[in-house]
Design a protein around this ligand. Structure first.
Ligand code: SAM
Ligand code: SF4
Length: 447
């Protein structure tokens, strides 16, 4: 079905593309036929119109906020052999490591020490070493010993009962990438191990919902197969679980395949160029306006800065992709090569320079604004009411606790501007009062 959509959208008239982009400005999303039309845009003028529309929607739904987080790799041991990944079983060059309890706490403290409040916990799949017990006890250690307020988890598929344990341990978002929606390519890329079961992976989100996890994140690993096919199938996947459980994806990630030491590929099978990458992000923004788009440090600083305006709403910063990497960097333990090596404070300075306000907010999950409740707030546009003030408050805390002189100056000016943009006078006054409380030393204030 997806292939015929792509084919029939090939000869669409210029006028139709303009109509679709006009409709997208209503921020009510797009259907698959409309997405297929936009995926076929090649003409520069139309691409620019697509970018302009994505900028408009991003700004209307999210304002000028960017949420920050860092990944924490607890283990690079893996029994699978995904050809594209540095952690694959047959990579004999990799220095293998599963963090001890103490090392997990130390890594989380290093991340916290940069100023982060949000972690994405990741590991390879090894039923002995990285099972659900390993993950829930890592979460418990981090919540207990640090000020990290939200732990999202990206792991191999689990059973319903295991997802229940993640829920009990206080998971934020459960993230899982299908990698590719093409079964043949999937089979080739995942020749052995538990991950070779396509169906068990694609139904992971259903089991997570059944266990009561209602914030889920999806993604396709861009570069394994034709991106048009992947985007349409990913959106079809999202529609199917939204229909079943009443909630769409909380986030879509856009991982683009990177070279990795000891991978099993000679080259990237379907390279996605920067222009197509920009197109993909813009289309996701228009297709699902209320879903967060996550961009990692796989991308270069220049491109990351540009993509903020097109639709990206969350970025990782200061990341390491090897277990123990925040304390001691061992490049022979990396999952893949990172492109953006800037520290969190450098990334913050650039975000401010571009007029965006960094957010360290973790309030939604703690105020139970997740799943359907979150989507309702978001779709009514009410999310602005909380998110902008929370971004201001959490950034203020970050500046006071971690900022240097120049970032403080830049950040304070930005906070003044962002305050003025709060429409509701009562809320504006409340935020001003809370800013004074933060200056006096109070912390973790949010709406
Ligand atoms: N091991 C679990 C799994 O495979 O589901 C957890 C996630 S894995 C550590 C993180 C993700 O990194 C994978 O889902 C894959 O999409 C991505 N990845 C693997 N190798 C990569 C590479 N060479 N470049 C970019 N992303 C890669
Ligand atoms: Fe293991 Fe995940 Fe890497 Fe596959 S992508 S080799 S499952 S860590």
């Amino acid at each position: 079905m997806v292939l015929s959509l792509i084919e029939s959208a090939r000869n669409v008239e210029r006028r139709s593309v303009e109509d679709i982009l006009f409709k997208a400005r209503e921020c009510r999303g797009l259907n698959l036929e409309e997405v297929a039309c936009l995926l076929n845009i090649e003409d520069e003028e139309q691409l620019n119109l697509l970018y302009e529309t994505a900028k408009y929607v991003k700004n209307r739904v999210y304002g000028k906020r960017v949420v920050l987080f860092a990944p924490l790799y607890t283990s690079n041991e893996c029994t699978n052999n995904c050809l594209y990944c540095g952690f694959r079983r047959d990579n004999k060059e990799l220095h293998r490591k599963t963090l001890t309890k103490e090392e997990i706490i130390n890594e989380a403290k290093e991340i916290e020490g940069q100023g982060h409040k949000r972690i994405l916990l990741i590991c390879g799949e090894d039923p002995q070493k990285t099972n659900v017990k390993h993950i829930t006890s890592s979460m418990e250690l981090i919540y207990k010993n640090t000020n990290i307020k939200r732990i999202n988890v990206e792991t191999a598929p689990m059973k319903v009962e295991e997802y229940r344990q993640l829920k009990e341990a206080g998971i934020g978002t459960y993230v899982i990438f299908q990698e590719t929606y093409n079964r043949e390519v999937y089979k080739k890329m995942h020749p052995v191990g538990l991950k070779s079961d396509y169906d068990y992976r694609i139904t992971a989100i259903d089991r997570a919902f059944e266990a009561g996890i209602d914030d889920v994140g999806v993604g396709a690993l861009l570069g394994l197969y034709d991106y048009k096919y992947e985007v349409l199938n990913l959106l079809t996947h999202c529609m199917s679980f939204e229909k079943k459980y009443g909630v769409g994806p909380h986030t879509i990630s856009v991982p683009r395949l990177r070279p990795a030491l000891g991978w099993g590929l000679k080259e990237i099978p379907y390279p996605v160029c920067d222009s197509d990458f920009k197109k993909i992000i813009s289309i996701y923004r228009l297709a699902v306006p209320y879903t967060g788009i996550i961009l990692s440090t796989r991308e270069s600083p220049e491109l990351r800065d540009e993509l903020l305006s097109l639709g990206v709403s969350q970025i990782s910063a200061g990341s390491k992709t090897n277990p123990g990497g925040y304390k001691e960097n061992d490049q022979k333990a990396d999952q893949f090569e990172v492109s953006d090596h800037r520290s969190l404070s450098k990334v913050l300075a650039t975000i401010c320079d571009k007029g965006y306000i960094p957010s360290f907010c973790t309030a939604c999950y703690r105020r139970c604004r997740t799943g359907e409740a979150f989507m309702e707030y978001a779709k009514e546009g009410e999310i602005h009411e909380f998110c902008q003030p929370n971004a201001i408050l959490t950034f203020k805390e970050n500046l006071l606790d971690y900022g240097d002189q120049s970032l403080n100056k830049l950040g304070s000016e930005l906070i003044e501007k962002a305050l003025e943009e709060i429409q509701d006078d009562k809320m504006k006054e409340l935020v001003k009062e809370k800013l004074i409380e933060i200056e006096k030393g109070k912390r973790d204030i949010y709406f």
